[in-house]
Design a protein around this ligand. Structure first.
Ligand code: ADP
Ligand code: MG
Length: 233
């Protein structure tokens, strides 16, 4: 479904955020990305989500070479296939949970009533059927993240990318959000979760560990480290 081949990302000023990353993901995987702060996790997530392009190397998503797509084609790919969840929720304040989710469907061209019907169904699915009219400031952190997840999946993306989704939550709320992400994975969505939480990561079927812009361990590809070490010798 996704292949990164020798992907490098350098920022102006000379920071190498990604340094020769190879990664292959299949449809339906649940992948955890771990690593210290500054190791390139968010940069990799942005590239997986086509929010950013590599400086060199290639990215293929569902048969498309991302580097060959126009900006309009990229936005369309993103809108139809990819959902994002961030640590700080990024909900619109002064807007109900229902409208936060419904507004995420604006690009689909569906009528407003239908967007709201769909949003309501998804909010029920994430356990917030009783919070439709609540604004973000009237919700707990865990509930806000559930709204953000509902918004991310309302358009039924095949790929869900989550950057530290439990990072701002207490243990109980974090566990609830993780359960929800697992449920989504169980119904067929490919899910990538960046996390600082070792325990959380250890429970995921596949883990990739990053350091200094490189993948230093991939549980689905134990030979990876050896191969790369050989290459750099
Ligand atoms: P992580 O998510 O693992 O903490 P990031 O991918 O955010 O790591 O960052 C990797 C490296 O790239 C860090 O050294 C960071 O300071 C640098 N970096 C990230 N974004 C930018 C940017 N927009 N401009 C310059 N440097 C950046
Ligand atoms: Mg980060």
């Amino acid at each position: 479904m996704i292949t990164l081949t020798d992907v490098t990302r350098t920022y102006p000023g000379g920071v190498t955020a990604l340094d020769g990353v190879h990664l292959r993901m299949s449809r339906g995987e649940l992948l955890g990305i771990v690593g210290p702060s500054g190791s390139g996790k968010s940069t990799m997530l942005h590239i997986l989500g086509t929010l950013d392009k590599p400086t060199s190397g290639t990215v293929r998503i569902g048969g498309h070479d991302v580097g060959a797509l126009s900006d309009a084609e990229l936005s369309a790919l993103r809108a139809r296939r990819i959902g994002f969840v961030f640590q700080q929720f990024h909900l619109a304040s002064g807007t109900s949970a229902l409208d936060n989710v419904a507004d995420g469907l604006l690009y689909t061209g569906r009528a407003r009533a239908e967007r709201r019907r769909r949003a309501e169904a998804v909010l029920h699915r994430v356990g917030l059927g009783h919070r439709l009219d609540h604004e973000p400031h009237e919700l707990s952190g865990g509930e806000r993240q559930r709204v953000a997840i509902a918004r991310a999946v309302a358009g039924e993306p095949s790929l869900l990318l989550a950057d530290e989704p439990t990072g701002a939550l207490d243990t109980a709320a974090g566990a609830g959000v993780l359960r929800l992400l697992r449920d989504l994975h169980a119904t067929g969505t490919t899910v990538v979760i960046i996390t600082h939480d070792r325990e959380l990561a250890a429970g995921l079927p596949r883990q990739v560990r990053m350091r200094d812009g490189r993948i230093v361990e991939d549980s689905a590809n134990p030979a990876y480290v050896t191969d790369r070490a050989e290459e750099h010798r």
